[in-house]
Ligand binder design. Structure first.
Ligand SMILES: [Zn+2]
Length: 166
């Protein structure tokens, strides 16, 4: 048994996936992009935004990220902390609404040693869980089969996000 609570070890970007990693920060880069659909952005707030994890552990794996580039959660000012917490709670509610999971993980890996894939820009995971989701592929190959296309997931969550009360 490895670290118990590390479903996102190979999280946002993995050199083996072939996803093009920009020169700078992928989160800052996504935030400055015009098209939300292309970047799988769910919500843009005053101090923080919500984006889908491109290499999700499960369908609906979301990230809540401060707009400002910072590596530690403790660097967020009070306004940003409040907004991030609000967005985490809303993400939890939306995931329960859309996917009816049996549980949700909310958490952050601060620093590469803690398991952060993008250690330079702090981000919080909101991850729907099911009792049976630690499957064979995860155990053996550290890989997951995600049956739903990212675009479909984006549309579902985005619609629910915009339609739901905060
Ligand atoms: Zn950044």
């Amino acid at each position: 048994m490895e670290i118990m609570w590390a479903p996102w070890r190979g999280e946002y970007i993995d050199g083996t996936t072939g996803y093009p990693q920009p020169e700078g920060c992928v989160f800052c880069e996504a935030l400055t992009a015009e098209n939300d659909r292309d970047r799988y952005i769910i919500h843009r707030g005053r101090n923080a935004f919500v984006i889908m994890n491109l290499y999700p552990y499960n369908n609906g794996h979301l990230l809540v990220i401060p707009n400002e580039h910072m590596s530690r959660a403790s660097q967020m000012d009070a306004e940003t902390r409040h907004e991030v917490m609000d967005l985490l709670m809303k993400a939890e509610a939306v995931l329960f609404q859309v996917y009816h999971p049996q549980g949700v993980n909310i958490g952050a890996n601060i620093g590469a040693a803690a398991g952060a894939g993008i250690a330079q820009h702090v981000h919080f995971h909101v991850l729907p869980r099911w009792n049976a989701d630690s499957n064979f592929m995860t155990t053996v190959a550290n890989t997951r089969v995600i049956p739903e296309a990212l675009e479909v997931t984006w549309k579902k969550i985005r619609d629910a996000w915009d339609g739901s009360k905060p």
